[in-house]
Design a protein around this ligand. Structure first.
Ligand SMILES: *[C@@H]1O[C@H](CO)[C@@H](O)[C@H](O)[C@H]1NC(C)=O
Ligand SMILES: *[C@@H]1O[C@H](CO)[C@@H](O)[C@H](O)[C@H]1NC(C)=O
Ligand SMILES: *[C@@H]1O[C@H](CO)[C@@H](O)[C@H](O)[C@H]1NC(C)=O
Ligand SMILES: *[C@@H]1O[C@H](CO)[C@@H](O)[C@H](O)[C@H]1NC(C)=O
Ligand SMILES: *[C@@H]1O[C@H](CO)[C@@H](O)[C@H](O)[C@H]1NC(C)=O
Ligand SMILES: *[C@@H]1O[C@H](CO)[C@@H](O)[C@H](O)[C@H]1NC(C)=O
Ligand SMILES: *[C@@H]1O[C@H](CO)[C@@H](O)[C@H](O)[C@H]1NC(C)=O
Ligand SMILES: *[C@@H]1O[C@H](CO)[C@@H](O)[C@H](O)[C@H]1NC(C)=O
Ligand SMILES: *[C@@H]1O[C@H](CO)[C@@H](O)[C@H](O)[C@H]1NC(C)=O
Ligand SMILES: *[C@@H]1O[C@H](CO)[C@@H](O)[C@H](O)[C@H]1NC(C)=O
Length: 832
């Protein structure tokens, strides 16, 4: 039998005496209820525990903070995982808290000053005669009448489930709720400010109940991600999380609220959490850790305004935005620079009166925004079509419920925020087109679509059913295995970099023999080595004298281990033994680009083909870092010596010691410690320490101009006039004499058009204002797909970063002390 009150005693009389003389006995650990005469005091340990032992309610301090909060967390999970916080806006600063229940059923938290409540649950709608507060086994903290131990929400005068923080537990409902007073309550999740501060943060996750209700993440009240409408089995924009047997959870979606429960057993511990960096996660507790079963946003198509109205996004295609058939870009210039946010417009107006319009089927889509669309229940697809044709403002329709194949969604506004999936995960959207456009739209897509239909019926459907049954069986099996290895996130987590033994590396490099030394990288020497007979490796050895290098070393490991791209140098493993810190890379037989452009290796002349190939490769590698990997990475030290060349002269970006990961929608950051290399740093970085993907674009522009001209942007020791490559390039480009600046030895392989295009793109990249520089996806598109150079925007005169710095900063002789500028010796080649 668990103890309920600390002052329990064998003698009832003594008990009564105690109650009279000490009006405030407090709860002791193990109890699940709080009553007016038994508050919960913060002594650092005491807490309520739900009757089945799953949840615990009490005072806690988040890891890394001295503040005290009342919260709920899992009782049996060792890493305190807080799912609810009462006083998230008003923390207590000392161990003095007192959570009590007033006689009329209001929960309050008071601190040292017993009289003013820093948090209160508000007075309950109906008066309670004998209230108690209880923590239930589903994690709900409720106030109810003492006698009624029911767990049905009608018996609750107040419940914490109505006021969630950042976590949605099974059984909790998101959306709108009508209180008994008639007031409407909006139930959303609001992220913590940071992992140590539960105060309401930037991101809110909830249900927008306008039109056809949709899931949304808002960032500072602006839409940030749209999950789309419910189609009976899943939310249109969340095709991976399905209802029922082939999913982890089963949804209960009803008009204006959403709840869920785990599919297999109620003992499975799952939660949805809106995290402080803007990601919504579905987590499952398995194998003694939280496994991220799904999260969003995860690719660029999850950005709500990436592709504007009447265009759709495809995540694995560059450029990502495509106009709907028979639509064309609204702003061709921006579209050419791969900015699709203006969207598209109809080529031929609809002809409603003559009733000649028809429909084009855009399959596999995430349906457009439904917050202003009309919902019509109980209509067949044919009925929907007729309904749409009969209303001149109707622009598209789709099926409302794919389970019952009934009802429709009707759009009468522009179609926004669409994605086309490539895995058969989406739905059909019927877009209304003028008769004149129907033929062309169908010509391009429909034939393939029709044959697609036939294949669908005869082959794919039976296969899909088989596959589905197999999936059901498999998912039952995998539940038995308790998530041991299914989720790719879990694989990621387990993905460990191979650890090499120090002796292996010593053997491979001849005990770091000076003969094998390839050069000096940012943090120490780099050696060539040979593993076994075949594999050549490059070993970067962190110098023991370097104190600052350890962080960069860790940075490089964690970062580069996650990156895989043919234009990034591949990390094979690492070695941490005693004092030694080694990184083992694939060996790049041709060394660094720097050497070919400016160094001794000029004997091997790089012809234009090779240079063009290098420019494109570096652009692709950088695009991957900025946009396509699951992380957003700013390299911060892109330069010729960090571009390595393999035996076929393919470029690979190396040296990630300075790189930074950007989270969520974070787009720029400020550092006090400006690191980088003269000549490659953008003005805003040198001046203000601001770096973003656009500062990498600047460095890329410099690199392009260096590759074309074969001249360094800034040669130490040269005068300003001689070394201002950017300015000279711009002037020559303006005067149409670009080719004069080009490395003279290019010979007949030179493609004039390609060179001019590269010069122009290079100049656009080194514009003074970051917003005038294109993104890497625009850069790549301009490099490969724009034939007519005059379509590209005209670059303004570039402003040399370093010159700016010299002139305006008026720093002392050293010129850099206040900026803590840490330039790398550009003479030393960073082999890796
Ligand atoms: C608190 O943080 C430290 C370091 O970040 C970590 O080692 C520890 O496990 C954390 N404790 C909890 C309870 O999360
Ligand atoms: C706790 O708060 C209640 C109500 O505010 C008060 O009656 C009680 O005396 C307090 N107990 C302690 C030990 O501060
Ligand atoms: C409940 O009690 C508090 C103080 O104990 C009082 O301020 C409040 O007005 C009461 N509410 C109702 C509805 O009686
Ligand atoms: C708060 O209440 C406790 C116990 O009832 C009492 O000892 C203490 O003096 C009170 N503090 C204040 C500031 O009223
Ligand atoms: C609610 O009560 C029913 C029956 O009393 C019980 O089966 C169920 O597990 C309870 N649910 C919770 C969340 O406590
Ligand atoms: C919370 O949800 C409601 C609908 O459930 C929505 O209308 C409202 O905008 C959301 N609140 C915030 C702060 O975004
Ligand atoms: C938020 O979730 C994402 C995706 O699971 C994860 O990568 C990130 O580290 C999380 N951020 C925090 C602060 O927990
Ligand atoms: C209807 O069709 C006729 C001839 O096909 C055409 O002249 C007329 O402009 C059309 N009406 C509208 C409103 O487009
Ligand atoms: C749809 O049709 C079914 C059966 O015909 C009927 O029971 C149901 O009430 C209808 N629903 C609506 C919203 O009209
Ligand atoms: C067309 O549909 C819109 C939106 O559903 C509606 O407001 C409008 O009244 C309809 N027009 C006609 C003529 O039915």
């Amino acid at each position: 039998m668990e103890r309920r009150i600390s002052c329990s005693s064998s003698s009832a009389l003594f008990f009564v005496f105690l109650l009279l003389s000490w009006p405030a006995c407090s709860v002791s650990s193990g109890a699940d209820t709080l009553s007016p005469d038994r508050p919960l005091l913060d002594d650092g340990v005491t807490a309520l525990v739900s009757s089945g032992g799953r949840f615990r309610l009490g005072f806690f301090g988040p890891n890394g903070s001295t503040n005290r909060y009342v919260g709920i967390w899992y009782n049996n999970i060792p890493d305190q995982t807080v799912v609810w916080v009462a006083n998230r806006r008003h923390p207590l600063t000392t161990l003095s808290g007192n959570l009590s229940l007033t006689t009329n059923g209001t929960l309050t938290i008071t601190g040292e000053d017993n009289t003013t409540a820093i948090w209160s649950s508000g007075s309950p709608a109906s008066g309670l005669r004998n209230p108690v507060a209880r923590i239930l086994d589903d994690g709900n903290f409720v106030v109810q009448e003492a006698g009624s131990n029911g767990n049905d929400s009608n018996s609750f005068a107040w419940q914490s489930f109505d006021f969630p923080t950042d976590t949605l537990l099974p059984g909790m409902a998101l959306g709108q709720k009508q209180l008994r007073t008639g007031a409407i309550l909006n139930i959303n999740l609001t992220a913590w400010m940071s992992s140590t501060d539960p105060a309401p943060g930037q991101y809110v996750f909830g249900l927008d109940v306008r039109g056809d209700p949709q899931l949304f993440i808002w960032s500072d009240t602006r839409p940030y991600w749209r999950g789309g409408p419910w189609n009976g089995r899943w939310f249109s924009g969340v095709p991976e999380v399905r209802d029922g047997a082939d999913g982890v959870i089963s949804f209960n979606f009803n008009k204006d609220h959403l709840s869920y429960r785990p599919v297999s057993q109620s003992s499975t511990i799952v939660r949805w959490t809106m995290n402080s960096s803007g990601q919504l996660q579905l987590l499952v507790w398995a194998e003694q850790s939280w496994i991220v079963s799904w999260y969003i946003p995860k690719d660029r198509c999850d950005q709500i305004f990436l592709c504007g109205p009447n265009s759709y996004c495809r995540s694995n295609i560059s450029p990502p935005c495509t106009c709907l058939p028979a639509f064309h870009p609204r702003n061709q210039r921006n579209w050419n620079m791969l900015d699709g946010s203006d969207g598209c417009t109809r080529t031929t107006p609809l002809d409603c009166l003559n009733n000649t319009d028809g429909f084009f089927t855009q399959s596999d889509t995430k349906l457009p925004d439904t917050s202003r669309s009309t919902v019509v229940a109980n209509l067949s697809l044919e009925g929907c079509r007729a309904l749409c044709l009969s209303n001149c403002s109707c622009r598209a329709y789709a099926e409302l419920d794919i389970r019952t194949a009934s009802g429709c969604l009707i759009w009468t506004e522009d179609l926004t925020d669409m994605t086309v999936y490539q895995r058969g995960l989406g739905q059909d959207l019927y877009v209304r087109l003028a008769a004149a456009d129907l033929a062309s739209a169908s010509a391009s897509e429909s034939s393939h679509h029709h044959s697609g239909r036939n294949i669908l019926l005869t082959v794919v459907l039976p296969l899909a059913i088989l596959l589905f049954l197999a999936c059901v069986a498999y998912s039952i099996w995998r539940w038995k295995k308790r998530f041991s290895q299914i989720h790719y996130e879990a694989e990621d987590k387990d993905m460990e970099l191979p650890l090499f033994d120090l002796n292996t590396i010593k053997d491979a490099t001849d005990d770091f023999s000076p003969d094998n030394k390839l050069g000096e990288g940012g943090f120490g020497p780099v050696y060539k080595g040979k593993l076994g007979e075949e594999q050549e490796i490059a070993v970067k050895r962190l110098s023991k004298t370097s104190t600052q290098g350890v962080d960069e070393f860790k940075n490089e490991i964690t970062l580069i281990a996650k990156l895989q791209h043919r234009n990034l140098v591949k990390l094979l493993g690492c070695c941490i033994q005693g004092e030694e810190r080694l990184l083992i890379y694939e060996y790049m037989s041709n060394g660094s680009l720097d050497n070919f452009l400016f160094g001794e290796a000029q004997t091997v002349f790089l012809d234009w083909r090779a240079r063009y190939n290098i420019i494109l490769g570096v652009a692709r590698g950088l695009l991957y870092l900025h946009h396509d990997s699951r992380l957003r990475i700013v390299h911060r030290d892109l330069k010729a010596s960090n571009i390595l060349l393999d035996k076929d002269m393919n470029p690979k970006i190396s040296d990630f010691g300075m790189a930074r990961i950007f989270g969520g929608d974070e787009s720029e950051s400020i550092t006090k410690r400006v690191v980088g290399t003269y000549g490659y740093m953008s003005p805003e970085y040198v001046m203000d320490g601001i770096f973003s993907i656009k500062s990498d674009v600047f460095s890329f522009g410099v690199l392009v101009l260096e590759i074309i001209s074969g001249k360094r942007n800034r040669n130490v020791g040269q005068s300003m006039e001689q070394s201002n490559l950017l300015g000279n390039m711009w002037i020559m480009s303006k005067e149409g004499k670009c080719l004069d600046l080009v490395d003279t030895k290019f010979g007949h392989l030179l493609s004039e058009n390609e060179v001019l295009r590269c010069v122009k793109v290079g100049l656009l990249c080194v514009q003074k204002q970051p917003e005038d520089r294109p993104t890497m996806s625009s850069v790549l598109a301009m490099l490969v797909s724009v034939d007519n150079i005059s379509l590209l925007p005209e670059p303004k005169q570039p402003d040399q970063a370093d010159r700016h710095h010299d002139k305006d900063c008026k720093l002392g002789d050293s010129g850099m002390s206040s900026l803590q500028l840490v330039p790398y010796p550009d003479t030393a080649t960073n082999i890796l």
